[in-house]
Design a protein around this ligand. Structure first.
Ligand code: URP
Ligand code: ZN
Ligand code: ZN
Length: 467
């Protein structure tokens, strides 16, 4: 017995079609008009859209960072993702200092044993010794095709340009892609020390210590090095005009460079960091949230294909860590903005927010929405056409989307394991109401049907698309 999704409208990146979908086992096996239902379970999708399950390629679950650990793990974060229509994500394995890349993978494999949705790994390199360089090609055996380098977080994750360029050369030789966190960490460190010495310690000064020019400079540097190395580059969490301009320039020159922004960078501004009673710390992430003008630049870059993906950089912390025995959170930075754990919760909200405001307010159409949130992530990171599309032979990862359903965002009703939501009070229209992952229903309205261990590790293919 299979499942027939009956009477819905399929939205893929390339087209919108009214058709039924037959799923057998874990895969989509047939798409067509008026498919017979005899012997099959029938899911009534009349008046609804069928979207490919969302793919969030930038997450940090259970990440030790900033003197604590991000508060969602591979169980709670996955459940929240599923309620938001996301069925696959890629998390960042961090190479431990002095350790090997495989040491990092072993740690992440343990964390992932409780996985509820499908997942892959990027490998964040922090220490590129010769033997680590030699280890890179073996990542392909693990299905890891993407290396991440941090150009910021001095004395923590930051690498130098030699390391970045060598990693790019090796990645290019092996059909891999390099991802960068693009901020000039040396300049950030100088500005941070100066601001703190002047007694400027509130959350707002975190943004002052990381101006957009510093992001633009690092973006331009990474783009230029990728051009020299002829290495596919993907700039993560881009926030501002200066960075977008550098990426656009590189693309005009024909360099294989791409970029993402994250949902928060189109809505939150640096003024939110000034909220009283230390509430500004809820919005502290790196690079920082910017200005309304930058929001417009990002929407335009998503429309004109300068940017290819919307992700989340989901890296939540408690606002009131320490309450009820919780792990520490944002309070670690009271009196010192540099000690605020960097990161935000968003994995549950991404698709719902981008639909309501991206499609609902006419920034782009529903097909581009699917392209940015599902299809391009799969293509760029070597999972297409298994993931990211509703097509025959693809995994049956399907979100039934009700374009009329409304909801008001609230931390009180969210599934993310934290005590606030950066979009609190936003009014949404157009929401996932039921979600399948590889043919198994994991969300039915407010009911969660997933379970620990169902999520499958996704081995990814090298030589993926440069879009
Ligand atoms: O503030 C952020 N972005 N935290 C997560 C780590 C990173 O830089 O992506
Ligand atoms: Zn980052
Ligand atoms: Zn990140």
């Amino acid at each position: 017995m299979g499942i027939v999704f009956k009477g819905g409208t399929i939205i893929n990146a390339a087209e919108t079609v009214k058709a039924d979908v037959l799923v057998e086992g874990e895969q989509i096996v047939l798409i067509g008009a008026n498919l017979p239902t005899k012997g099959h379970q029938v899911v009534d999708a009349k008046g609804k859209y069928l979207l490919p399950g969302g793919i969030d390629v930038h997450t940090h679950l259970a990440l030790p960072f900033g003197g604590t650990t991000s508060s969602d793990d591979f169980e709670t974060g996955h459940r929240a993702a599923a309620f938001g229509g996301t069925t696959t994500h890629i998390d960042f394995v961090i190479q431990p200092k002095g350790g090997t890349l495989h040491d990092g993978i072993a740690t992440w494999r343990k964390k992932s044993q409780i996985a509820n949705i499908d997942y892959g790994y990027h490998l964040a390199i922090t220490d590129l010794r010769d033997e680590v360089m030699n280890e890179i090609p073996s990542l392909l055996d693990e299905g890891i095709t993407s290396l991440k380098l941090f150009m910021a977080y001095k004395n923590v994750f930051q690498i130098d340009d030699t390391t970045l360029f060598r990693a790019m050369q090796t990645a290019a030789d092996n059909g891999m892609i390099v991802m960068v966190h693009a901020e000039n960490g040396d300049v950030v460190a100088e500005l941070t020390a100066k601001l703190l010495a002047e007694g400027k310690t509130d959350p707002y000064y975190h943004a002052v210590s990381r101006p957009s020019t510093v992001e633009g400079e690092a973006t331009g540097r990474a783009v230029a090095l990728a051009g020299v190395a002829n290495c596919p580059l993907y700039v993560v969490h881009m926030t501002c005009q200066e960075a977008v301009e550098q990426l656009r320039l590189g693309r005009e020159k024909g360099f294989p460079v791409m970029g993402e922004t994250c949902v928060q960078y189109m809505f939150i501004t640096a003024d939110d960091l000034k909220r009283p009673n230390y509430e500004g710390s809820k919005f502290v992430c790196s690079p920082p949230v910017r200005t309304k003008k930058d929001h417009g630049i990002l929407w335009q870059a998503l429309r004109d294909h300068t940017l290819q993906v919307v992700s989340t950089d989901h890296c939540p912390f408690w606002f009131e860590g320490g309450v009820n025995g919780r792990i520490p959170g944002k309070e670690l930075g009271k009196g010192n903005f540099a000690a605020i754990p960097n990161g935000l919760p968003a994995i549950e909200d991404r698709m719902k927010i981008m639909w309501t405001f991206g499609v609902g307010e006419g920034h782009f159409d529903a097909n581009r929405f699917v392209e940015l949130n599902c299809t391009n992530p799969a293509k760029i990171f070597g999972m297409y056409p298994k993931k990211g599309t509703i097509s025959v032979g693809a995994d049956a990862d399907i979100a039934i989307w009700d374009p009329k359903k409304r909801e008001t965002v609230s931390a009180a009703t969210q599934h993310m394991n934290t005590d606030y939501n950066i979009f609190e009070g936003y009014k949404l229209k157009g929401l996932p109401v039921a979600v399948w992952l590889r043919g198994q229903q994991i969300v039915d309205g407010e009911k969660y049907l997933g379970h620990n261990g169902y999520g499958k590790y996704q081995k990814r293919s090298p030589h993926a698309a440069v879009l």
